[in-house]
Design a protein around this ligand. Structure first.
Ligand SMILES: [Zn+2]
Length: 263
């Protein structure tokens, strides 16, 4: 099967991770459950980005004769835009910060050994991490050390699980291609594969979102109600609607029709 030897397919769909990781540096933490109302804006942000990227790839898959260069440029532009918008939305919300290992810690060394790369500023301080996952197209695998760490990186566990569902689609597509002895997919086919990947991610996120919404009460996250108000406005989120209660009204207040007063 014709493949460029040593070619590695970087899955840029995770570019947002690096940008978001730069948005905060929480202390070490255990795995956090997404069944928490405070996580809802973070989940919404990821869902929005997945939906946006899916649309971009859907359009790209229909462009006849799209060159590799044009594909790469459009992909990079879309990731940059989606990541920036998601960053604007969740960047200041501490619940939505990605985990960063303490500088100089054994954990940081473990991250580096696994292949994750710290991003430094001019003074050498770590300002973020590149948490992209990559699949090795030679054998359709991802680095196990990276995968082991990944679920602890996202703001809550279910968000990572959704990304891994997405990546599993790529592994499955790669396996299928190799089993059938097909040539490496061109831009249009890769765009279709991404549509499938984002669809899997969105399916998982919709479950995760529902679990988060189920945990909402009028007293949830009273310290940062504006995060929810902003979520409601930007993403037309309605917790009642997510839970299938009553009619869809968007945008509306959340969590659960809390009063409009701001603290
Ligand atoms: Zn992907």
């Amino acid at each position: 099967m014709p493949r460029s030897p040593g070619l590695r397919l970087a899955l840029l769909c995770l570019a947002a991770a690096a940008a978001l990781a730069a948005s905060g540096a929480p202390a070490a933490r255990a795995q956090t459950s997404c069944a928490d109302c405070c996580m809802l804006p973070c989940i919404e942000g990821q869902l929005w980005e997945a939906a946006y990227m899916k649309g971009v790839y859907q359009r790209m898959s229909k462009i006849k004769g799209l060159s590799e260069a044009a594909f790469a440029q459009r992909e990079a532009d879309a990731h940059q835009l989606a990541s920036a918008i998601r960053g604007m939305y969740v960047g200041a919300n501490p619940h939505c910060a990605w985990y960063m290992p303490p500088q100089g810690s054994p954990e940081e060394r473990r991250f580096v050994l696994a292949g994750y790369k710290p991003i430094h500023d001019a003074s050498g301080a770590v300002t973020g991490w590149n948490y992209d996952l990559e699949m090795d197209v030679k054998d359709c695998t991802m680095d196990k050390r990276k995968l082991d760490i990944y679920p602890s990186l996202t703001p809550c566990e279910g968000m990572a699980r959704a990304v891994l569902d997405h990546e599993q689609k790529h592994i499955d597509d790669c396996d299928r291609q190799q089993t059938k002895g097909l040539s490496a997919p061109g831009p249009a086919q890769r765009a279709k594969n991404e549509v499938n990947g984002y669809e899997a991610e969105m399916n998982a996120l919709q479950q995760v979102r529902r679990q988060a919404a189920q945990a909402c009460t009028e007293k949830s996250c009273p310290d940062r109600p504006w995060d929810f108000e902003r979520a409601a406005r930007l993403f037309h989120t309605d917790i009642q609607a997510i839970l299938g209660l009553g009619k869809v009204k968007s945008p509306s207040k959340s969590p659960l029709r809390r009063g409009g007063a701001r603290g």
